[in-house]
Every structure is written in structure tokens, then in C-alpha cells.
Design a binder for this molecule. Structure first.
Ligand code: AMP
Length: 280
């Protein structure tokens, strides 16, 4: 596996892909089984696999955990190689955002609700860095996890609106045995907080079941909120049932919906979601 740090190094590689299929997995590192499932899928579906590791400063708010975000680069290198990556692209923030940088991508409506309300500017940072990385790597397919449901929708819209020559591939959420969605930030949960995170995951699964069996959004939301409010040291950012395409809130589910939650348990902000299909 080749490690590429400079933008010119990446551009020089990607200018020579020729007709070969290239799968790209953008990450912020601290790789876990969730990331690795994306890399393995990219490996199965492409001739060349590129993984990026970049903790993108522009998607963190001023009071968020940018400086504390885990950066175990040696372990990431090993894991990416074992999962089948051919290239690990790890650019610097100084190279991606040089002095004078001022061009931003705004996927307007999809960036507004849910996490957008609590993390102003977050999706602008995500959309901008994803477009930059896609331009540098020039993949045929780019792989995103459904764990970050809103991000996946924002990126899919970006690719479609800007006619990017890439297929955005969504991959299912990988969970630990206790049901908690794998996340690089989970390492900061104490055992007691981890136990509560598992309760949140169970509550969301139950709520999805309730919507499926009874179509009742209000009962499902009430149940999840009751569980979350009983968790000590927990702050709810949101729990919502939304249309999976537009992310607009729904009160009656006709066919498909997604129940999404973001909470802070102690020092960690957790997000999770469950897709629900009603009927057959
Ligand atoms: P991150 O490093 O958190 O920016 O994540 C990089 C990519 O991995 C994103 O597309 C995430 O949605 C995806 N990802 C993170 N955690 C999981 C998970 N538990 N299951 C599936 N995909 C995930």
C-alpha cells in the first residue's frame, strides 16, 4: 500500500488511472470495523482502492472536539492495508486549505435540519472537503456509511447537482454486539456511559418496530424520548422521524421513513438511525 501525503502526488496518481475502476473511501481515521466494511466492499467492486484519512477542520464547530479527535495514524495504516487499500491518501489541512481559501459548497436544504441545526456550517465543511477529495482522487465509486445518514444524503445530492462522474455507494451501519453503532468517538465513553448508549440503540430499534407495526410516529418518538430522558448525563439534540429522501419531518409513514437521533452522553455526541419500511 502506498501512502500519499501531497496533493500533487495524489493528482499525479489519479491522472494515470486510465480505464481502471477506482473505489474511494473517505474517512477521518481512527478506523474501526465500520470503516473497514466500506474498504472491503470497495475492494470487492474495484480494481484500485483509495482510502483517505483527513480530520477535516472545516466541519468542526469552534467548541467541538477537533483537537481531541483520535489520530492513531500507524494503526490506521495497518488496518487500511489489511482491508485491501492500495493507496492511503493523508493530506495536511495546510495543503487542502491554503491561505486565501474561500470557495465553499453549500447543499442548501438537506444541510439545514437535524445535525445541521446543532452544528452550523458542518455540512458546508463536509460537502466542500468531499468535493475536493473527489477532484483529487477521481474515483469511479465513493463509499459512505448510512450511519451518517444526513451526510450520505448531502453527498449524494452534491454528486448529482454538480454532475460529478462518480457513483455514491451507501453501506449499512455496522454495530457492536450491544447494538451501539461503531464510531471513532465511542472510545471516550466510560463503561456506564457505554451501557446507556446501548439503551439508546435499543430504544431506536424498538421505535422502528413500533412505526413498522403500528405506523405510529408519535408513540414511537414518545417512547424513545422517555428512555433518553431517563439516562443520566444525557442531552438530547434531536429525535425525529423523517422522509429518507428530503429529511423533512413526517407524522404519518406511508412507505419509508428514517428515525434519527443525536444525543450527548457525557463527553460524546452520538448519532444513530434506523430505516423503516412500512407494509410489505
Ligand atoms: P468518519 O471517519 O467518521 O468520517 O467516517 C468515514 C465513513 O465511514 C463515513 O462514510 C461513515 O458514514 C462511515 N462509517 C462510520 N461509522 C460507521 C459504521 N458504524 N457503519 C458503517 N459505516 C460507518
Amino acid at each position: 500500500m502506498r501512502i500519499v501525503r501531497s496533493l500533487s502526488g495524489m493528482q499525479s496518481l489519479s491522472s494515470r488511472w486510465g480505464g481502471r475502476s477506482v473505489g474511494f473511501v473517505p474517512t477521518m481515521g481512527a478506523l474501526h470495523e465500520g470503516h473497514l466494511s466500506l474498504i472491503r466492499r470497495a475492494r470487492r467492486e474495484n480494481r484500485i482502492v483509495v482510502v483517505s484519512v483527513f480530520v477535516n477542520p472545516s466541519q468542526f464547530g469552534p467548541r467541538e472536539d477537533f483537537s481531541k479527535y483520535p489520530r492513531p495514524f500507524a494503526a490506521d495504516t495497518r488496518l487500511a492495508r489489511l482491508a485491501g487499500a492500495d493507496v492511503l491518501f493523508a493530506p495536511s489541512a495546510a495543503a487542502l486549505y491554503p491561505p486565501g481559501f474561500q470557495t465553499w459548497v453549500d447543499v442548501s436544504s438537506l444541510s439545514q435540519p437535524l445535525c445541521g441545526r446543532f452544528r452550523p456550517g458542518h455540512f458546508r465543511g463536509v460537502a466542500t472537503v468531499v468535493l475536493k477529495l473527489l477532484n483529487l482522487v477521481r474515483p469511479s465509486r465513493a463509499y459512505f456509511g448510512e450511519k451518517d445518514f444526513q451526510q450520505w444524503r448531502v453527498v449524494r445530492r452534491l454528486a448529482s447537482d454538480l454532475n460529478l462522474p462518480v457513483r455514491i455507494v451507501a453501506c449499512p451501519i455496522r454495530r457492536a454486539d450491544d447494538g451501539v453503532a461503531l464510531s471513532s468517538r465511542n472510545v471516550y465513553l466510560s463503561p456506564a456511559q457505554r451501557f446507556q448508549a446501548a439503551r439508546m440503540a435499543r430504544a431506536l430499534r424498538m421505535a422502528a418496530g413500533l412505526i413498522k407495526s403500528r405506523g405510529s410516529v408519535s408513540v414511537a418518538l414518545r417512547n424513545v424520548k422517555r428512555v433518553l430522558r431517563s439516562i443520566p448525563d444525557c442531552r438530547i439534540d434531536y429525535v425525529e422521524v423523517a422522509d429518507p429522501e428530503t429529511l423533512a419531518p413526517v407524522s404519518v409513514v406511508k412507505r419509508k421513513a428514517v428515525i434519527l437521533a443525536a444525543v450527548r452522553i457525557g463527553p460524546v455526541r452520538l448519532i444513530d438511525n434506523r430505516l423503516v419500511t412500512v407494509g410489505r
